[in-house]
Write a protein that binds this ligand. Structure first.
Ligand code: AMP
Ligand code: ZN
Length: 665
């Protein structure tokens, strides 16, 4: 054998042993022999560096250090899932799916919902190239070096599956591995990890991949994403992924009705406690991939899938104190401080009480014994009071009248569930919170500057508002606690760079109440500059797409505040983008103004989202369902028969992708 052949033979054997052990859970070689083979391969690779392969089994031990995880835009957005909690919810979902597809013959897959951290694994030519966390769904962190250490993830696969594809799955920490990690920590007198899920997702962001390699992480796969149209159904694609070497749990099952789905739900609601890892529900997906495409996505989640959440764990504990938190908008949130209690694997000490109505409705009082529930949310909630345990001297809760931070009298406006501290410019958490929002990733995305530093800068009297950031000098930052010249320079650079951030993001960054990301985009497009927005009348504001009374009033309030006007003028003088760029304006037309489109089927010249964006850029509106108001239906391949029938019945123009392109050119 030549050295190259030897190396390849060893790699092949080791990959197979890894697969047998970590995927099939069936060891075919002793640890000692495995180590011997690894050592042998390592020696050969060292001697013949020309045959280096980053996907060699020797690369699994880690060693690479990542200081900053690079942000990567997802090729395909990682959506979240809509939730359901009952058979009824599922039946409602089924009705919507049937209506959208125009048929009641639908096959579903039922899967377990694994409780860990989602991951996207990219393969090119059958080789693993990249692993990215979900992040905000649009972009995540590149954690390739860490993921490579998880031995159940194949680094190269055979030719029988797909070439270029993405595998989606969940990085989990099996229960026994989690226990072992905690035993180790207990022995060393260290704080214990709180639960497997957080420990798994925390592991992905460790800087030292050798440290990750030591953790017993695993990866369970549940979705194949690809342009290759080799498989017709989701189930088939997963079965083949499993054959190709991926760890696809064989708990996945087909169902032809929601009643059948519910049998699966009931079975696993009990049986899940015998699984070696944690699950928090079931995921139901439409099996046919064409039908998935036809159903598409809402703003947050696929229409072709839904999660069913198992009933949340509940526990009773003592409410010791109610405190109040002030958010960046001045909104007050009451917080229950509880006697610490174990719930679904975590220690719970605090729960949100939402607002004063909630406290009144449940008649929650200090020293009550309360029932706490933890669903999918991170913050647990109080669902009821155990009145039988109420102490005799108990007094009804009197809601806070003054801000706990600045002592200003709280106000509550008609129709608002929350109380507010009106001291916008003088209340510390509001000042800090607004600046933190301003610099955040979806807003001005100022690198190098974190929330804690903002608070520090404010305490030192260096910034009182976001405009002050642009007056900061490096000499002022360096002397701060834990600052060095380099990090101070990074902050200055990040601030400078933010002057290029496009207008719609600046608008979002301003933190005007009710002006979220989407609203900011709509406003930017409609008015094209901050001046136009701030001088618009109420009537002019509500003319804009999706701007209702509440948002319009909030903008008027913001614009008529002298302090805000001064802030905006300063931002202008620093050179921030306070109007749409020429380029952004150029791509937009009013060709389709007040035309409503429905998009259905599969397209070839543009993706569905490109098509939708193009409609919006040209002033049109996209709607998800056909009604009398619809002007055009753009029909791709495989348009649902029910949609077609409805369109014909209402006499709506049905056009092709090409017709549309002709229309805007
Ligand atoms: P949520 O975080 O509640 O929006 O639920 C969506 C998340 O569920 C996804 O990002 C996945 O990480 C996770 N998940 C776990 N198991 C599955 C599964 N079988 N199919 C799809 N998503 C799953
Ligand atoms: Zn205050």
């Amino acid at each position: 054998m030549t050295p190259e052949e030897k190396i390849n033979t060893l790699r092949k054997a080791l990959n197979e042993h890894n697969y047998n052990y970590y995927v099939l859970d069936n060891a075919t070689i002793s640890d000692v022999d495995f180590d011997k083979k690894i050592k042998e391969l390592e020696a050969l690779e060292k001697e013949y560096p020309a045959f280096f392969d980053e996907n060699s089994p020797t690369q699994r031990v880690g060693g690479a250090i990542t200081k900053n995880f690079e942000t990567v835009v997802h090729q395909n957005r990682m959506y979240s899932l809509d939730n359901s909690y009952s058979l009824e919810d599922l039946k409602d979902w089924e009705k919507r799916v049937q209506k959208n597809l125009g048929t009641d013959k639908i096959t579903y897959t039922c899967e377990l919902k694994f409780d860990g951290a989602s991951i996207s694994l990219t393969y090119k030519n059958g080789q693993f190239v990249k692993a990215v966390t979900r992040g905000d769904g649009f972009q995540g962190d590149d954690v390739t070096a860490n993921i490579k250490t998880i031995r159940s993830i194949p680094l190269s696969i055979g030719a029988n599956f797909l070439n270029d594809f993405e595998m989606r799955g969940e990085i989990i920490l099996p229960l026994d591995g989690f226990e072992k990690m905690n035993q180790e920590r207990a022995k060393n007198g260290e704080d214990l990890y709180r639960n497997p899920r957080n420990t798994a997702s925390g592991s992905l962001k460790l800087q030292d991949s050798a440290e990750v390699a030591k953790r017993p992480l695993d990866c369970l796969l549940y979705q194949v994403v690809t342009e290759e149209r080799k498989y017709l159904t989701h189930f088939e694609s997963l079965e083949n992924a499993r054959k190709a070497g991926f760890k696809v749990p064989n708990t996945i099952q087909l169902a032809t009705s929601i009643d059948e789905v519910f049998k699966f739900v009931n079975f696993w609601d009990k049986e899940r406690h015998n699984l070696p890892y944690e699950t928090d529900g079931i995921v139901i997906k439409v099996n046919n991939l064409r039908q998935q495409e036809e159903l598409g996505y809402t703003a947050k989640a696929p229409r072709w899938a839904i999660a069913y959440k198992f009933k949340a764990a509940q526990v009773a504990t003592l409410l010791e104190e109610i405190t109040y938190q002030v958010g960046r908008t001045g909104a007050i949130t009451p917080v229950a401080n509880l006697a610490p209690v174990q719930l679904a694997g975590t220690t719970v000490k605090r729960a949100s009480l939402h607002n004063s109505d909630q406290i009144e409705k449940l008649d929650i009082r200090v020293n009550d014994t309360v029932f706490v529930e933890k669903g999918g949310e991170i913050i647990p909630k109080i669902i009821a009071v155990d009145f039988s345990k109420r102490p005799e001297n108990s007094q009804p809760t009197v809601y806070a009248s003054h801000c706990p931070e600045c002592n200003t009298a709280l106000i509550r406006t008609e129709g608002d569930a929350k109380h507010f501290c009106p001291n916008q410019f003088g209340c510390a958490p509001q000042i800090t919170g607004r600046i933190q929002h301003f610099i955040s990733r979806k807003a001005m995305d100022i690198e190098g500057l974190g929330g804690e530093t903002v608070d520090l800068l404010r305490k030192e009297g260096l910034i009182q508002n976001y405009a002050d950031l642009y007056d900061l000098k490096i000499e002022q930052i360096i002397p701060l606690d834990r600052m060095a010249e380099k990090s101070a320079q990074n902050i200055i650079n990040g601030i400078e760079k933010s002057k290029q951030i496009p207008f719609e993001k600046v608008l979002f960054a301003l933190g005007i109440r009710f002006v979220g990301e989407t609203v900011a985009k709509k406003l930017a497009k409609h008015f094209t500059s901050i001046d136009a927005i701030m001088t618009a009348s109420f009537e002019e504001l509500i003319q804009a797409d999706e701007i209702g009374d509440k948002i319009a009033q909030s903008i008027i309030d913001f614009s008529s505040d002298l302090g805000n006007i001064q802030l905006i003028n300063r931002l202008k003088s620093f050179g921030l983008q306070l109007e749409l760029s020429a380029e952004a304006l150029e791509n937009q037309t009013n060709k389709l103004t007040s035309q409503i489109f429905v998009v259905s089927g599969v397209f070839y010249q543009m993706t569905r989202s490109e098509l939708k964006k193009s409609i919006e850029d040209n002033g049109g509106k996209v709607s998800s369902s056909i009604s009398k108001k619809t002007n055009y239906i753009i029909a791709g391949d495989n348009m649902g028969p029910s949609k077609l029938a409805k369109a014909k019945e209402l006499g709506i123009a049905i056009i092709s992708e090409q017709d549309y392109i002709n229309m805007i050119n």
